[in-house]
Write a protein of this length. Structure first.
Length: 116
């Protein structure tokens, strides 16, 4: 069973930066697609960024150019560098690991708050 543990959320003023990370257990990390999602209260969870096993990346239009996803397979960790943060980026951020069609895992979420 894979376990994902997020850290690095918090509060920041508009224009600031945060770098949440997500550490995974298990042996399939390097072969998995890793995603960051976010969710506002009473809203659907939305995909923010994705990185494939080949390090191809994809970003939501709302964060492109401001957020950068990266992975460290040696340490089973995925990062989300968030720069130029805006109040509308405030949400709970979740990491997600997917391997083949049958296996997917979620972290517990980390709160990111952007306000002055």
């Amino acid at each position: 069973q894979v376990r994902l543990v997020e850290s690095g959320g918090g509060w920041v003023q508009p224009g600031g930066s945060l770098r949440p990370s997500c550490a995974a257990s298990g042996d399939i990390f390097a072969y998995s697609t890793l995603n960051w999602y976010r969710q506002l209260p009473e809203k659907q969870r939305e995909l923010v960024a994705k990185i494939t096993p080949n390090n191809n990346t994809h970003y939501a239009a709302s964060v492109k150019g401001r957020f950068t996803i990266s992975r460290d397979n040696a340490n089973n960790t995925v990062y989300l560098q968030m720069d130029s943060l805006k109040p509308e980026d405030t949400a709970v951020y979740y990491c997600h690991q997917k391997w083949t069609w049958a296996y997917e895992y979620w972290g517990q979420g980390t709160q990111v708050t952007v306000s002055s």
